[in-house]
Design a protein around this ligand. Structure first.
Ligand code: GAP
Length: 468
């Protein structure tokens, strides 16, 4: 299906000028040469323009650092979480899932140590009055360059609210700043209702909230975000070996889903960097446009959490092993990733610009599991004659793939649009389809087109996903 030059260049039209104000201006030196200089701007614009991510409450001027996931973004975010769940829960028999409450009583956060220690050091610039996290700025205000900063004071990151109509201390509740604690407080419930025993894990995906001092870099650091965390309970003697196992597993997950190896690295924390609960942490880092930064932390939390909750609640959170007659408090290995932050990394890694037949195009080379749509069904013309076949093809594919159906504009423009939103395969129905009962399948990355009989289409697409 041919397209015109004008159609090929139409991908990036009508881009909005009002980008969020937390997109960084400076691009550091360690960004590889083959990344576009303005990669961040381009991805943020694409997200806004194509309906991945919108600034929240935009019609009221926006709400800083808060974002809404549009029709494409919600599909992709679900796919990121689903890919994580598949690898961490579905394909294993030693991990079960959980969906715990977001609102929690102070007792949980007192025991976990968050009420006492979940703070960041805050400084004010006396010159321009901006506020910063002291540990991120090397003593100089990034806004005006002044080193006239106030003394650092500890700022608490948890969102506090009241449960019920009375706003007094007896009704205080907190929004969880991590999903992890729900897994610890339900440890005995899960142990008592499943047949799991160490080593086993509890996984959870959901929203967390932190009153970040400097939310920044689009959805990289926001006050409301989604996490994908798993607590893996092991005997104390085996904790180091399981820590190493999970570091390896988690690195492989990002690579399998298309993050290029040269943009992914592992960084072990120095002892003075460790969180209050951790005996050892390794961060999975991605090379963002502003440099290397964290995607996920894998921590050896020891018995910190179960012991703390057992002491505070008075409930035993030990495990008794009937085989060895041993009673112990399990140690915990925790791979803790951010779903929204990881989605952004996948978008940045997938963004590329290339030339097809001498014409520039923008293409998101997303793994098919992550793309908002896996297939676009495109009747060549709007004429009603093709619609019944298009509907038949949609009916065949929709139970298996997320499908887009687009009848507007010329076929070239529609291919370009699908390239730009990362759809791996376009299925085109033309007038020959009415004769030969076949369609054209176009591959996003190679742009190669092949004719496929409709009754073999599902098998062909499954073959391309590697799951015949
Ligand atoms: N339970 C351990 C824990 O929460 P963390 O390193 O604070 O560890 C885990 O958070 C992951 O959650 C981070 O690696 C990051 O991907 C994501 N995350 C944390 N704070 C975030 C924020 N403000 N905005 C977006 N993602 C965030």
């Amino acid at each position: 299906m041919n397209e015109t030059a004008e159609e090929r260049s139409a991908g990036a039209d009508n881009l909005p000028d009002n980008l969020p104000d937390d997109v960084p201006d400076d691009v550091p030196d360690d960004v590889p040469d083959d990344l576009p200089d303005d990669l961040m701007d381009k991805v943020v614009r694409l997200c806004r323009h194509r309906g991945f991510i919108f600034p929240s409450a935009e019609i009221y001027g926006g709400f800083r650092s808060t974002y809404d996931y549009g029709p494409l973004g919600v599909n992709m975010l679900r796919n990121v979480k689903e890919a994580w769940w598949r690898s961490m829960v579905q394909l294993r028999d030693d991990v079960v899932g959980l969906d715990a409450a977001i609102l929690g009583p102070p007792a949980v956060w007192e025991a976990s140590g968050h009420l006492a220690t979940f703070t960041d050091p805050l400084v004010d610039c006396r010159n321009c009055h901006e506020r910063w996290r002291a540990d991120k700025i090397d003593g100089v205000c990034p806004n005006c360059g002044s080193s006239d900063l106030t003394e650092a004071r500890e700022f608490h990151l948890m969102f506090k609210t009241h449960a019920g109509p009375v706003e007094d201390e007896g009704h205080v509740a907190y929004l969880r700043p991590e999903t992890a604690q729900g897994m610890f407080t339900n440890f005995a419930n899960v142990l008592g209702t499943t047949r799991k025993k160490p080593p086993f894990g509890i996984a959870q995906v959901g929203k967390s909230f932190r009153n970040e001092i400097t939310p920044q870099n689009f959805v990289f650091r926001t006050r409301e975000f989604e996490q994908m965390e798993m607590e893996y309970f092991v005997s104390p003697a085996e904790s180091q070996q399981w820590f190493e196992y999970w570091v390896e597993q988690r690195m492989a997950w990002y690579l399998d889903l298309g993050i290029p190896p040269e943009r992914l690295r592992l960084r072990h924390h120095d002892p003075d960097e460790l969180s209050h609960y951790s005996r050892g942490t390794a961060d999975v880092e991605f090379l963002f446009p502003w440099g290397w930064d964290e995607l996920e932390g894998i921590a050896n939390r020891g018995d910190y959490d179960l012991t703390a909750h057992a002491t505070a609640s008075g409930e035993s959170l030990d495990y008794f092993d009937p085989q060895t007659n041993e009673r112990y408090t399990p140690h915990v290995i925790e791979p803790a990733a951010g779903a929204t932050r990881t989605m952004m990394a996948f978008l940045l890694a997938a963004y590329s610009e290339d030339e097809i037949g001498g014409e520039a195009r923008t293409v998101l080379r997303l793994h098919w599991r992550l793309a908002p749509y896996q297939v676009a069904v495109l009747p060549l013309s709007k004429k009603d004659t093709l619609e019944p076949t298009a509907r038949r093809v949609l009916g065949l594919l929709q139970p298996h793939f997320m499908c887009d159906h687009d009848v507007t504009q010329s076929i070239g423009r529609r291919y370009r649009r699908q390239d730009e939103i990362g759809t791996p395969w376009c299925v085109t129905i033309d007038f020959d389809s009415l004769e030969d009962d076949a369609v054209t399948v176009r591959d996003r990355d190679s742009t190669e087109q092949v004719r496929v009989p409709i009754d073999g289409l599902l098998a062909e697409l499954r073959r391309r996903t590697g799951s015949e």
